[in-house]
Ligand binder design. Sequence first.
Ligand code: TZP
Ligand code: MG
Length: 214
Amino acid sequence: MHNSQLDLSLYLILDPAQCRLAPLEVALAAARGGISLIQLRDKRADQQACLDLAHQLQHRLAALKVPLIINDSVVIAKAVGAAGVHLGQGDGDLATAREILGADVIIGRTAPNAQALQADELRFADYVGHGPVYATATKQNHLPPIGWSGATAGVALSRKPVVLIGGLRLIDVAQVYQTGAQGLAVASAICGASDPESITRQFRQAWSLAVQGL
Ligand code: TZP
Ligand code: MG
């Protein structure tokens, strides 16, 4: 399965509510800047608008070989032929998602604590999202921030690749790498930028430097 080539290093959470430019433009700019993965996190009530945006993104990103992950919805992921789905703790069980989507589709799970990181159900998942590292305005009613010591402990505990999330900025990239995580997920740092391509490129460079130990 192509999931073994999963590159979580720089993971954009594309949240239309956070975007300064049109979401599709942000996604394409991030792709040019070197993003490794894009998750559509569209909390709008208008399901048709979500589906239309998912279709457009899938069409454009597949051509650029950037995997598109759909947040919350196995149905939308399946309908648009997305590369994957990301499911929070309340978004349904992973065994069913795997059964519906098949072996080649990426399945991510939010795992905010030790219990979730060690859950048996993760045998159906390809990666976990862990955090929030910092408090963030992007996610409503999020759990208390885990900080860097929590993030490092979580990564050590996890049997799945970990992407850290929550309030992460450019200055945090080296620290993310030092936890042993496979990458970082950011929403507002890229969506809220006036030049999302440039900031993505800076994230990419910072990650490359961290990998090289510089
Ligand atoms: N889950 C935990 S924190 C978060 C999600 C979806 C939001 C991350 O957004 P930002 O703007 O990078 O803090
Ligand atoms: Mg969810």
